[in-house]
Design a protein around this ligand. Structure first.
Ligand code: CA
Ligand code: CA
Ligand code: CA
Length: 145
């Protein structure tokens, strides 16, 4: 097994959850890396931008092509069903801002920032448990569950 395949396999277990758009995956403990109950933007960004590229950018060209994304979206559907698939689709549409068929690092950064700012309702630069809960609730409402 090549290193790349191994990395992919290692990511697979958490993939359907932790590389989903933040709104769909605030639950996993990984987001709050230092375990203080607050998610700082640096933590959020690392989960949403770095982790996404690490997991999805198979050819390591610094952006996620639709083909790379679809491979992953297929796995998300397998693990998370229609709801995960819908979340993936929504994530793609909200991230590929220039609609060129790829998520660039810049696009991931700005979509990550937008989500974070929208979730940080008291504007203190961190997501506390209540803000995370509200975010998850909005996500459930949006996906019709
Ligand atoms: Ca790529
Ligand atoms: Ca793009
Ligand atoms: Ca906050």
């Amino acid at each position: 097994m090549s290193l790349n395949r191994f990395a992919f396999a290692a990511a697979f277990g958490v993939a359907a959850i932790s590389a989903l758009p933040a709104a769909a995956q605030m639950g996993p403990p990984k987001l709050d890396q230092n375990g203080d109950g607050r998610v700082l933007y640096a933590e959020y960004r690392s989960a949403n931008v770095d982790k996404t590229l690490e997991t999805l950018d198979a050819d390591r060209n610094g952006q996620v092509s639709r083909k790379e994304f679809d491979k992953f979206a297929g796995m998300a559907r397998t693990f998370g069903g229609a709801r995960a698939a819908a979340a993936m689709d929504q994530w793609w549409r909200s991230t590929d801002a220039n609609a060129d068929g790829a998520m660039s690092r810049g696009e991931l950064e700005s979509s990550s920032r937008r989500r974070f700012d929208a979730a940080d309702s008291n504007r203190d630069g961190a997501l506390d448990k209540a803000e995370v809960a509200a975010l998850r609730q909005r996500q459930r409402a949006a996906s019709g569950n």
